[in-house]
Write a protein that binds this ligand. Structure first.
Ligand code: ZN
Length: 505
């Protein structure tokens, strides 16, 4: 390595760190806007955020970054296999090249139209009238097509969009895993609905005072390893997690005083995201080596704690007696088995965000196939409602009664987020495969969970995934951690075993 390339690398990292600090300042303003800002302060906040976003974009596309990357081409820093240096250069280059290829006018037009489209979509959903949203959706799809062409792709324009959320993922790779998954999942869902068994979920809809939910949720989040000295829990309409920097990772939730689980599992989910962010290497903060891999890998962490751990029998062996003490009136007379069945109900429903572990992935398949179809030109946007209902019927055996409960239910398309949905199912798939491997390496996790011990799993995740930052792309990370490429097998086996027992099928 020459002194020159060392210098260039250091300068590049410093620029990356500064951009990161700018972005994390926006995260604080954004968090504040969603939690405590006075109503009248929103307008000024918009101006603050727009200014910072402009500065951040300008810095991210500065010619100096391009020059430094050129200087580093072919250097030993760039070519070190699997080194953090090579990963830093690779990822900075990847996002720089993408950003400079997208014309400023396209970015501005997309921002303009999606800001309006969000309001229009909300109205269309309220009235359940797709025709109100259609002209905006058509425009957004056209602009996203232009973006894909500008950025470039090997086989399919949709690949360029997927890459924004899951770098390196392609339709071909994702479709292959999903195709293996589909039939087995449809069969399992059918078997569950034909089993005739139903849990008594009314026990979850009794009185659960909000202050107690807050206390109990905090206790569980701490137990699994979310550090409140480096984070906080607040209330928002749409729960989220924001990683502001080392020592500051915040989560939010919303409470329903007549539901046991909405806040509780929401807190576990966001705490899972939070544990990932808190586990990133603070020494590498502001560089790709200190950042999360992708949305799919992020989601694998939240769903592991929420579902694989948080809805498991051993977890509740430890927490159910505690829950009975916190809510003596609501849960005092409830049997463990009945509670466990109720929190794991699998049922066909129209709305994705309310779906359970099993049916959730079918909701994603519907969206993934429809997005692919309109980006390959096989489906015209005006035909989306019909295509949606047909696919839904194929997978669920039901037809949504209206578009509000069908193709208009999600906010994503109005924001221009195409290629986002698959990351939810990828997260489920990754989580099951990681969890399988953790079980192999860590001995009897069930026994540990039943005693309230979650530290070994958290440390394992930190070492194998969190501390690795973006050293590997998601696809490679799965192979490095588990020794195998991504497969639907671990998730399917997990679902079959768990729901086979619950529904006696
Ligand atoms: Zn999530």
């Amino acid at each position: 390595m020459t002194d020159d390339s060392k210098k260039a690398y250091e300068r590049l990292l410093n620029l990356s760190k500064e951009i990161h600090l700018l972005d994390s300042s926006m995260s604080v303003l954004d968090w504040d806007q969603k939690t405590y800002i006075p109503k009248e302060g929103v307008r000024n906040r918009g101006n603050q955020l727009a200014l910072l976003a402009g500065i951040s974009h300008q810095r991210s596309t500065s010619p100096e970054i391009g020059d430094l990357l050129k200087q580093l081409e072919g250097s030993s820093l760039e070519s070190g296999p699997d080194s953090f240096e090579a990963a830093n250069i690779r990822e900075i280059k990847h996002s720089y090249e993408k950003l400079v290829k997208i014309p400023k006018s396209l970015v501005e037009e997309l921002t303009r139209i999606t800001t309006v489209a969000h309001e229009v979509w909300a109205e269309a959903r309220k009235k359940s009238d797709f025709s109100i949203f259609l002209p905006y959706l058509e425009k957004i799809i056209k602009l996203k097509h232009q973006q894909a062409e500008a950025v470039g792709y090997e086989k399919h324009p949709y690949d360029a969009l997927l890459d924004d959320f899951e770098p390196g993922a392609t339709i071909e790779k994702v479709a292959k895993v999903f195709a293996d998954f589909r039939q087995e999942l449809v069969d399992l869902v059918k078997a569950i609905s034909h089993s005739g068994k139903r849990p008594d979920t009314a026990i979850l809809e009794r009185d659960y005072p909000v202050d107690r939910q807050n206390r109990f949720g905090r206790e569980a989040a701490s137990a699994i390893g979310y550090d409140f000295e480096k984070g906080r829990l607040d209330v928002t309409v749409h729960p989220f997690c924001t990683g502001i920097g080392p020592g500051d990772v915040r989560i939010t939730t919303r409470y329903n005083p007549n539901h046991f689980g909405q806040a509780f599992f929401g807190i576990l989910h966001e705490a899972g995201h939070g544990i990932y962010e808190q586990g990133l290497d603070p020494e590498r903060y502001g560089t790709p080596g200190g950042d999360a891999v992708s949305l799919g890998i992020h989601e694998s962490q939240s769903r592991m704690w929420e579902n694989l751990v948080g809805r498991s029998k051993p977890f509740w062996k430890y927490f159910f007696p505690k829950a009975q003490k916190v809510y003596p009136k609501a849960l005092g007379d409830v049997k463990f088995e009945d509670f466990y069945f109720a929190i794991n109900e699998a049922k066909l429903s129209f709305i994705r965000v309310e779906a359970d572990e099993v049916t959730y992935n079918l909701h994603i398949l519907v969206r993934f196939e429809i997005e692919q179809a309109f980006f390959s030109g096989d489906l015209s946007p005006k035909d989306i409602p019909g295509a949606w209902n047909e696919k839904f019927k194929n997978y669920f055996g039901l037809v949504p009664p209206d578009d509000a409960q069908g193709c208009l239910q999600d906010v994503h398309w109005s924001s221009g987020y195409f290629g986002y949905f698959p990351t939810y199912s990828l997260g489920n798939l990754y989580s099951a495969q990681f969890f399988d491997q953790a079980k192999k390496e860590l001995g009897d996790l069930d026994q540990q969970f039943a005693k309230g011990e979650f530290g070994k799993l958290k440390e394992w995740l930190q070492e194998k995934i969190h501390r690795q930052g973006q050293r590997y792309r998601a696809e490679k990370l799965v192979e490095v951690v588990t020794g195998k490429p991504l497969s639907h097998r671990p998730l399917m086996d997990y679902l079959k075993a768990k729901y086979g027992e619950l529904y006696a099928i």
